[in-house]
Write a protein that binds this ligand. Structure first.
Ligand code: PMT
Length: 221
């Protein structure tokens, strides 16, 4: 029998959007479908890892073999990730976490009034940055969703969040990004590796990305 590359390893994957409540009937969110993150979790299982999938609200069935933790908001996702962080070998942050949430969650439905209104927003905690600051032996893999200068901004996030790897998507590329079955990304490591993965199904892409990360991770970082 062949030993799978992630046998005996724990991988935590986050996926999907977060949902930030405004009142009992309204929220702020984004267009993440969870497909990329669910594909990363499936790839981790196939490579032999014990896989924890922490998912925002999506309509996908979880891949067989994962432990699924459902969360709603950025705050809940942070708590769930922290619960599993110290035991994790890899954390893969595919989720599109809200950067802002309403400053107050109204208990009753907000009534409409004449004229304009505005919503006061406050920052959420940057989960990945928090993990980067706490990092001991974990390998941290982030994603970056950019609409301009994708590689430059992606490399900035790799440094500022103390990541080992970042997977950069230019979400304006018609071949990939939010919601689609395919994606096109560049994988960048702290050690200077930079690999462009052409457009392909997210499931196949996830497998190639994780395989590369695990292989390179053992010798060159
Ligand atoms: O779900 P799909 O429809 O398949 O789409 C896939 C995807 C485009 C959502 C995915 O490939 C992707 O790029 N995910 C990351 C989206 C994102 O939030 O990127 P960002 O550049 O805003 O954030 C950078 C990194 O910091 C991400 O790993 C993110 O999870 C993390 N982050 C961001 C904000 C925050 N408060 N906490 C975080 O941990």
């Amino acid at each position: 029998t062949v030993k799978l590359p992630l046998a005996g390893k724990k991988v935590v994957v986050t996926a999907g959007p977060t949902l930030e409540r405004i009142d009992p009937v309204r929220y702020i969110s984004n267009f993440s479908s969870g497909k990329m993150g669910y594909a990363m979790a499936q790839a981790a299982v196939e490579l032999g890892a014990e896989t924890i999938l922490i998912s925002g609200p999506v309509s996908l069935a979880p891949p067989a073999g994962v432990e699924l933790i459902r969360v709603e908001s950025a705050a809940e996702m942070l708590q769930a990730v922290l619960d599993y962080y110290s035991a994790a070998d890899y954390v893969v942050k595919s989720a599109a976490v809200a950067d802002y949430r309403p400053k107050t969650i109204h208990e009753q439905k907000m009534k409409k009034k004449e004229g304009e209104t505005s919503l006061e927003l406050e920052r959420t905690t940057d989960i990945l940055k928090t993990l980067g600051e706490m990092k001991t032996t974990q390998r941290l893999v982030g994603f970056a969703a950019e609409t301009t200068d994708a590689l430059t901004y992606g490399k900035g996030k790799l440094e500022s969040k103390n990541l080992d790897w970042i997977i950069v998507n230019d979400v304006t590329d018609p071949a990939g990004g939010f919601g689609s079955d395919e994606n096109v990304v560049t994988l960048i490591s702290r050690s200077g590796i930079e690999i462009l993965f052409p457009a392909m199904e997210k499931k196949e892409l996830a497998k190639q990305l994780l395989t590369t990360i695990v292989q390179e991770g053992t010798d060159s970082l």
